[in-house]
Design a protein around this ligand. Structure first.
Ligand code: ADP
Ligand code: MG
Length: 141
């Protein structure tokens, strides 16, 4: 079934959906995670990263565009929010994160426009009122 839709009623549930999704990921996968502020993008990435063996706290990148975690598979977590766009940036900016050995999650991928290559899944989160979130997962291959 593509796309897959889930409704969650709290952050733990979103983490569980993400963990099940992560079980199907492979090194080199690039997962776009979009949705408004507070819709649960970082929560989703946290659940996925945990399931991939990351033990460190998974937090929003603030002073950098990304984090790289050493899980069973390396996990890259990018947040492009503070980047106005990729135009004017070093073209190699994302290269340290989007490596063939790692699974990468990209928050605010819209900011990179078509500059993100090799996208394998797209996750969209939306507020559903209160603690409810609607999650759509689309596999691109
Ligand atoms: P984003 O990265 O999209 O800005 P975060 O994951 O950082 O969002 O924050 C989501 C916030 O919403 C957290 O405070 C989280 O606890 C809360 N929340 C409430 N219900 C849910 C839910 N069903 N799924 C995910 N987060 C939820
Ligand atoms: Mg976030």
């Amino acid at each position: 079934m593509n796309p897959e839709r889930h409704i969650t009623e709290g952050p733990e549930e979103t983490e569980r959906v993400a963990a099940r999704f992560a079980a199907e990921l492979r090194p080199g996968d690039v997962v776009l995670v979009s949705g408004e502020l507070g819709s649960g993008k970082t929560t989703f990435v946290r659940g996925a990263a945990r399931a991939l063996g990351v033990r460190e706290p998974v937090t929003s990148p603030t002073f950098t565009i990304g984090h790289r975690y050493e899980g069973e598979t390396p996990v890259s977590h990018l947040d492009l929010y503070r980047l106005g766009g990729l135009g004017g940036e070093d073209p190699g900016l994302l290269d340290d994160y989007l490596t063939p050995d790692a699974i990468a999650f990209v928050e605010w991928p819209e900011i990179a426009g078509s500059g993100l290559e090799g996208v394998t899944s797209k996750v969209r989160l939306a507020h559903g009122g209160g603690d409810r979130r609607e999650i759509e997962v689309e596999r691109c291959r």
